[in-house]
Design a protein around this ligand. Sequence first.
Ligand code: IMP
Length: 443
Amino acid sequence: MNIAVIGAQWGDEGKGKIVDLLTPNASIVARYQGGHNAGHTVRVGGTEFILHLLPSGILHPGVRCVIGNGVVIDPQALFTEIDTLAAQGIEVGGRLLISDRAHVILPYHRDLEALSESRRGDQRIGTTSRGIGPSYEDKVGRRGIRAADLADGSEDGALASAIRANVSARNEALGGAAADWRALHADVCAAARRLAGWVGDASVFLARAFEAGECVLFEGAQGTLLDIDHGTYPFVTSSNATVGGICTGLGVGPRAIGSVLGIVKAYTTRVGEGPLPTELHGDEGDQLRESGREYGASTGRPRRCGWYDAVVVRYAVRVNGLDALAVTKLDVLDGLDEIPLCTGYRHGERLLTEFPGSRTVLAECRPVYERLPGWSRPTAGVRRYEDLPPEARAYLGRIEALSGVPIAIVSTGSDRADTILVRDGLVDRWQAERALAAQESAP
Ligand code: IMP
């Protein structure tokens, strides 16, 4: 009965809204990878919430949230987010559990990231400058610091020695003004005291929840094409945003995952550098960016925009074993006469319908478009599938046919209520099952 929500493009697909929408049927929402590079915007009744590290389920009273071992946590960023939510009337309190195996991001990670990006010159990744990559590098390099390690406050303990070694490596790499490990150690100890009440064994917590028949929603950050293994390497993030990240990033088995819902925008966007085959330059791209308000929720950077790419989404369906799609921002395409949709890539004489692994091949690919008619009436705010203009339904039908999986949700606006739940679709059936289970277990 659990459900995973996964980005099927380059991130920013609108996962936050969909998780928020599904949360009333879950008792736990769990994040399994990434860090505060993510920016999930959820708008509820005119109030906008932007979440970076905390799972979007936190907006629902009573729902418990897990930050898994696969997530990298900047304690200060987490505190800022918790305090901002408190000011907006949302109390995190005891509803949060942070895996004791999650790694932390410290200031030297940001310094090292700035150095690495500047050394790359025109080959820079265009990262979010949050220290995400260097923190994962420390994890894989077996010199990272995990939440469980923070309890050791002594100046000659393992935590102090790891901070001293990492700060010394940072000072050597950067030159210039040296960072002071003792000052950082004191800051980390202060942060550890605030974090302590939230840190625990997330894998055990989830296993017990499954045994008790609780429903868990797994919330992905970024998207399939930003995945360290399956994305457009090296222009990717440093974690597994795809479905496999759930098992490794939370300490759960594959059978716990249940259904997998892929989130796609009705067009395509990407932030940062790297290939984007259907990218639009000039007026068309600007128009999509403005009507879709395509600016990063974390960094404010303008997003690159392009037409819907069915090759990419088909790839995401395969890599994640998607059961269904949620299509967001359909309304952004309102008013267009014609909507191109990419069905394959032309590579020399060949027509590719599978996403290529080689970045050289990808750079040489040219999108092949099918052109569908735009719709005469706006879709903005439409809440029933039958009320969509026939051309919009045809567009969605083509997306389904090209991806090979059904559409379960269509989002037609930023508010929670501007959503179409496709009747008898995956989510509709799942919600009905949950309601029945709740009735049966009621005293
Ligand atoms: P990093 O995750 O900060 O290392 O950035 C690596 C790449 O992933 C860059 O192209 C970022 O723009 C991109 N990225 C990271 N997080 C997100 C996100 O939440 N949405 C969209 N792009 C992201």
